[in-house]
Write a protein that binds this ligand. Structure first.
Ligand SMILES: Nc1nc2c([nH]c(=O)n2[C@H]2C[C@H](O)[C@@H](COP(=O)(O)OP(=O)(O)OP(=O)(O)O)O2)c(=O)[nH]1
Length: 165
């Protein structure tokens, strides 16, 4: 399946909690998620991650670290989306909701609202929360149904990125 669009998704961390926002529109509306969006033309993946965090929750990320990638094969629209996953534990400014993510809330690692998130989140969040390099591939038959998934941990980011290609 050809790769369609490339996205980023960033998780801010503080005191064993992660900042999530409730998406108010578009893809994933009504679901809690990290902050991110589509990589624009002539933009690096890391610059997209930094820009989206600032646009969606008002802070400047200073130690963004890419830890993984999730490839979504969408049977229903015959394309694959690739989402680059980042974590960040140092940032400047105060977090605030935005038009796209409202409200925002710090969730303890033990209290993440998986019942109101994309169905694949519980499969790879454990790696993200521990800052382990990982790669995931998820096949959806429709927006709510996972047909198959593979998640693997890696020793380095470069190896983790191979599965996304
Ligand atoms: N494409 C895609 N993105 C997903 C999936 N699951 C998931 O968490 N995401 C994340 C990645 C992005 O952070 C976000 C989707 O990006 P978006 O539609 O908000 O992109 P954007 O901000 O550029 O959109 P817009 O403001 O231009 O409307 O959701 C999925 O299955 N497909």
């Amino acid at each position: 399946m050809p790769v369609g669009k490339i996205f980023t998704l960033v998780f801010l961390k503080r005191n064993n909690s992660v900042l999530l926002g409730l998406k108010t529109r578009g893809l994933g509306e009504g679901l809690w998620n990290g902050f991110g969006g589509k990589v624009e033309e002539n933009e690096t993946v890391a610059n997209c991650a930094r820009r989206e965090v600032e646009e969606e929750c008002g802070v400047i990320a200073s130690d963004l670290k890419q830890i993984g990638v999730v490839r979504y094969d969408l049977d229903y629209d015959k394309s694959a989306d690739v989402v680059h996953i980042f974590t960040c534990s140092k940032f400047d400014g105060f977090e605030k909701p935005s038009e796209e993510m409202n409200p925002i809330k710090w969730y303890k690692y033990t209290d993440i609202p998986f019942e109101q998130m994309w169905p694949d989140a519980p499969k790879w969040y454990p790696f993200m929360l521990k800052d382990k390099y990982f790669s995931a591939r998820v096949i959806y038959t429709d927006k709510n149904t996972i047909k198959d998934s593979i998640i693997q941990e890696f020793g380095s980011l470069s190896n983790a990125l191979k599965l996304a290609q």
